[in-house]
Design a protein around this ligand. Structure first.
Ligand SMILES: Cc1cc2nc3c(=O)[nH]c(=O)nc-3n(C[C@H](O)[C@H](O)[C@H](O)COP(=O)(O)O)c2cc1C
Length: 332
C-alpha cells in the first residue's frame, strides 16, 4: 500500500505526495473578489512547505452566491488575470493547484448580496438570516451555467482542475439535504430528485474541464442534523455522483457540519471518508484535525483514504509537509 509521501496520479493530475491543503477562506480578496498579493504570499508559502496539492478557498460563481466579504470570486472574466498570477506562482513550486467553486444559496446574507437569498425551498437555513425564496427552474439553470462559466475561467487561468463545494450547507449540499430541500418537483423528493441539480452542475462543469482533469467534489457525507442527510443515504448519493462524473471525493460534514469548530480528535472526519471509500472506486480525501504524520501515513496505508487534507495546521505551520517527511524518515 502507498503511503503519505508516495506520488499519486488522478487522471491527468500527478501529485508529488498525498498531503492536500483543503480550501480555507482567507478573506483576503478585494471587494470585487479579486486575488491580491496577500493570497500569493499565503499560498506560495504552503507550496514551498511541500504540500502536494492546494485547493484554493471557496470562490463564488455568481454575485448572488457570495458568502462573505473578502471572498474570492470568479463570476467575471476580469477575475482571470489575478487567478492566473496565483496559479503560476504555486505551479512554480511544483505544487498542484485547483480551486473550489461555490454558491451560498439559502445561506446568503442580504448585507452581502443585496437581495433575498434563494435556495431549494422556503426553509430557513440553519445558518441563514431569513427565509429564502424557492429557486425557479430557470434560475437554477442560470446558476448551473454560472458554475460552468466559472470553471471555464479557472481553466483559462491555468488551474489543474476544480472542486465543487457540496458540503457545509452550501447550495449543492442544500439540494441534497432533505432538511433544506422540500421541493415537490423533479428537483426534490427521493435521492435522484435531490441530486438532480448537483448533477446538472457537474455536467456543466465537466464540459469546461480538460478531458483529463479530475473533478473534485467536497462532499457533505452527513448532515449531523435531525431530518438531514444520513451517512447511509450519503453512501448511495456518492455512488450516484461517481457515476455522474465525480473523480475525487473530498469528504467533510454536510448541512450541520462546517467541520472546523471545537473538534480536537485526530482525524475526526476520517471515519466518514472511509465509509465513502468503501462504496466508490475513485480516490477519497480524509480531513479533520490531522496533525500527526504517522497517523496520516497510516490511514493511507490501511486503505481508509487516498489523500489527507491538513487545514488549520498548515495555516499555523506552512512547513508541516517537509517536517512530516523528516519525521517519517523520507528523503524528499
Ligand atoms: C479559516 C477556515 C476557512 C475555511 N474555509 C473553507 C472553505 O472555503 N471551503 C471549505 O470547503 N472548507 C473550508 N474550511 C474547512 C477546512 O477546509 C477543513 O475541512 C477544516 O478546517 C478541518 O480541517 P483541519 O482540522 O485540518 O483544520 C475552512 C476552515 C477554516 C479553519
Amino acid at each position: 500500500m502507498a503511503g503519505l509521501f508516495d506520488q499519486i496520479k488522478i487522471k491527468g493530475l500527478s501529485l508529488p505526495n498525498r498531503i492536500v491543503m483543503p480550501p480555507m477562506a482567507t478573506g483576503m480578496a478585494t471587494e470585487d473578489g479579486e486575488v491580491t498579493d496577500r493570497h500569493i504570499t499565503h499560498y506560495v508559502a504552503r507550496a514551498k512547505g511541500g504540500v502536494g496539492l492546494i485547493i484554493i478557498e471557496h470562490t463564488y460563481v455568481s454575485e448572488d452566491g457570495k458568502a462573505h466579504k473578502g471572498q474570492l470570486g470568479l463570476y467575471d472574466d476580469k477575475l482571470i488575470p489575478g487567478l492566473r498570477r496565483l496559479v503560476a506562482a504555486v505551479h512554480a513550486e511544483g505544487t498542484g493547484v485547483i480551486i473550489q467553486l461555490t454558491h451560498v444559496g439559502a445561506a446568503a446574507s442580504r448585507n452581502i448580496t443585496g437581495g433575498q437569498p434563494g435556495g431549494p425551498s422556503e426553509i430557513l437555513h440553519p445558518r441563514g438570516s431569513e427565509i429564502p425564496h424557492a429557486l425557479t427552474v430557470p434560475e437554477m439553470k442560470t446558476i448551473a451555467a454560472k458554475f460552468g462559466e466559472a470553471a471555464h475561467r479557472a481553466v483559462a487561468a491555468g488551474v489543474d482542475s476544480v472542486e465543487l463545494h457540496g458540503a457545509h450547507g452550501f447550495l449543492l449540499c442544500q439540494f441534497l439535504s432533505p432538511y433544506t430541500n422540500r421541493r415537490t418537483d423533479e428537483y426534490g423528493g427521493d435521492l435522484t430528485g435531490r441530486l438532480r441539480f448537483p448533477v446538472e452542475v457537474i455536467k456543466e462543469v465537466k464540459t469546461r474541464l480538460g478531458k483529463n482533469m479530475p473533478l473534485f467534489y467536497r462532499f457533505g457525507a452527513d448532515d449531523m442534523l435531525e431530518g438531514g442527510l444520513t451517512r447511509q443515504e450519503a453512501k448511495l448519493a456518492a455512488q450516484q455522483l461517481e457515476q455522474d462524473g465525480v473523480d475525487v471525493f473530498d469528504v467533510s460534514g454536510g448541512l450541520g457540519g462546517d467541520g472546523q469548530r471545537n473538534h480536537t480528535e485526530q482525524g475526526y472526519y476520517v471515519p466518514l471518508a472511509a465509509g465513502i471509500k468503501e462504496v466508490v472506486q475513485v480516490p477519497v480525501i480524509g480531513v479533520g484535525h490531522i496533525t500527526e504524520p504517522e497517523y496520516a501515513d497510516r490511514i493511507i496505508r490501511e486503505g481508509k483514504v487516498d489523500l489527507v487534507a491538513v487545514g488549520r495546521l498548515l495555516l499555523s505551520n506552512p512547513d508541516f509537509p517537509k517536517q512530516a517527511a523528516v519525521k517519517l524518515g523520507i528523503k524528499l
